[in-house]
Design a protein around this ligand. Structure first.
Ligand code: FRU
Length: 514
């Protein structure tokens, strides 16, 4: 049944989303139909297509009562908008349908599992949110919320667990036919934990164990957990709030943490062996993964950070975008991320240079663009021959986004100070990289309003949103000292995308850029 609240959201997006010209959106990164987007939800395969839902407030570019927006794709690059899937229209989710997941049921229906939020006044006059886990079942477009909702409440928490922070269920079906689900929770010490639940019939769930917990070491509440096997190891992803900084690995605030370890399915015990950040850039949060039919583990995330959401550009009609979907692997005990291989089919107009000597700012013929997939290999021209190397993108006389490397400290810095936003937000992030035999490889993907950097074959990734006008499309290299550079650059053209079905806006400005 489509409630009035959902009908209203669907009517709103159908009426007003067409006012956003395609040229004012990224070409191959997901943006909301209209309004606000945060976390990816329900990233999963359904009847041969990849579905992605998202935390959605269609009515403004600010977070508000959460709906689920909906898109689908066959290739991770060209996305088709579907009508909003969920609205906060029941007593148990009247204040929001928060994050969750999706899967295809054996009978061909699609199951959505999400957090229902209901506010109440506490005895001492504070507004608090009761969070429960709920389900909806549908056909890939329309969904009915289950009469038994909510299916998990405070009664299903382990001792000391909090019903006020109990959210973001990620559910899947294992080879043994058992449904499993991880949910974020806050424990007695005030920090986060990941709870594991199991069900044989997808209706009755039972708490099994606490898989891992922060103990106030990696942030406070743990949001949006995901848990999956990868290359012989087990991976737990969490997005902690209120992290304390740890060196250049973790910055303060909302972060993303990857625990790599081992898992014993008999005892349901997860043992950490390695901890690292997932993305070292500015804008990346709440990642979620799916498994493709050919066995690839693919991750997508909200390419934003809560601390920068105050910088909504003036007059914009959409805010928030997803990262490029990334294939995950483990190499030498670390997480490896590379853009989905489907991207390669959209590469056009190869430009390539070898052994270019760079010893000052250098522009190379054919190197420009804002929808680009470019790989650079940089090495010293002779022993200790340089102290700093820069790649400048989205550049003109006024704007520039810089990726800077200093070999003496092995620090890579992403700097978007002059990338179209004058908001007082984080504009730079630095992190340690591991050059191999003095060589550094940087793969840089640009898509109008973002920069994603993949270092040394995906050993590290760093993402940042930019607001730079599209005319600023020069790319240059710069060195203090001298380096040798190889570069291979392609334009990305999603030709059969809706891009060509609607006239792009000629101004080429970020919606709201002045
Ligand atoms: C993470 C998060 C989730 C929650 C959702 C609400 O960004 O805070 O924990 O479900 O956003 O929109």
């Amino acid at each position: 049944m489509i409630s009035e609240t959902l009908q209203k959201a669907r009517g709103f997006e159908a009426k007003y989303a067409p006012f956003i010209p395609n040229g004012q959106r990224p070409a191959f990164h997901v943006t909301p139909a209209i309004g606000w987007m945060n976390d990816p939800n329900g990233f999963s395969l359904y009847q041969g297509e990849y579905h992605l839902f998202y935390q959605y407030h269609p009515y403004s570019c600010q977070w508000g009562p959460m709906h689920w927006g909906h898109v689908k794709t066959r290739d991770f690059l060209r996305w088709e908008y579907l009508p909003a899937a969920l609205a906060p229209d029941m007593e148990y989710d009247q204040n929001g349908c928060f994050s969750g997941s999706a899967m295809e049921l054996p009978d061909g229906r699609q199951l959505l599992v999400y957090t229902g939020v209901r506010r109440r006044l506490s005895p001492d006059g504070r507004t608090e949110e009761i969070q429960t886990q709920c389900q909806a079942i549908g056909d890939g477009v329309n969904y009915d919320k289950c009469p038994a909702n909510p299916m998990l409440t405070d009664r299903d928490l382990p001792a000391g667990g909090s019903a006020l922070d109990f959210r973001d269920p990620k559910a899947w079906r294992d080879g043994d036919g058992v449904y499993r689900m991880v949910v974020g929770n806050r424990t007695r010490d005030g920090s986060g934990a990941v709870l594991l639940y199991e069900s044989r019939d997808v209706q009755n769930w039972r708490f099994v164990t606490t898989l891992d917990a922060s103990h106030n070491q990696y942030g406070r509440m743990w949001e949006c957990p995901d848990f999956f096997p990868l290359d012989g190891k087990q991976v737990l992803l969490v997005s902690p709030q209120e992290m304390s900084p740890i060196g250049l690995e973790f910055h303060a605030g909302n972060g993303t943490v990857c625990f790599i370890g081992s898992y014993d399915p008999e005892t349901r015990q997860f043992r950490r062996e390695h901890v690292q950040a997932i993305d070292y850039g500015i804008d990346f949060y709440a990642p979620q993964t799916l498994l493709t039919p050919d066995g690839r583990r693919v991750m997508i995330a909200w390419m934003q950070n809560w601390s920068t959401t105050c910088a909504v550009p003036h007059d914009c009609r959409w805010f928030g975008q997803m990262s490029l979907p990334r294939e995950l692997h483990i190499r030498n005990g670390r997480l490896i991320q590379t853009p989905v291989r489907e991207l390669e089919a959209f590469r056009r107009d190869r430009v390539s240079y070898q052994n270019v000597l760079v010893n000052g700012e250098t522009y190379l013929h054919g190197l420009r663009g804002r929808m680009v997939d470019m790989t650079i290999n940089v090495r010293p021209a002779s022993r200790d021959s340089y102290t700093c190397f820069r790649v400048n993108v989205a550049r003109d006389g006024e704007f520039v986004t810089t990726i800077r490397y200093k070999p003496d400290t092995s620090i890579l810095k992403i700097d978007r100070t002059r990338s179209g936003s004058n908001a007082d937000i984080v504009h730079t992030r630095s992190f340690l990289v591991r050059p191999r035999d003095g060589e550094l490889e940087l793969r840089i993907v640009l898509d109008r309003y973002s920069v994603e950097v993949f270092v040394n074959g995906g050993e590290q990734a760093a993402s940042a949103v930019i607001y730079t006008p599209q005319e600023a499309d020069a790319i240059s290299f710069d060195a203090e000292g001298s380096v040798l550079v190889d570069v291979e650059k392609y334009d990305i053209v999603c030709s059969e995308s809706s891009e060509e079905r609607r006239p792009p806006n000629e101004t080429g400005h970020y919606p709201g850029h002045r």
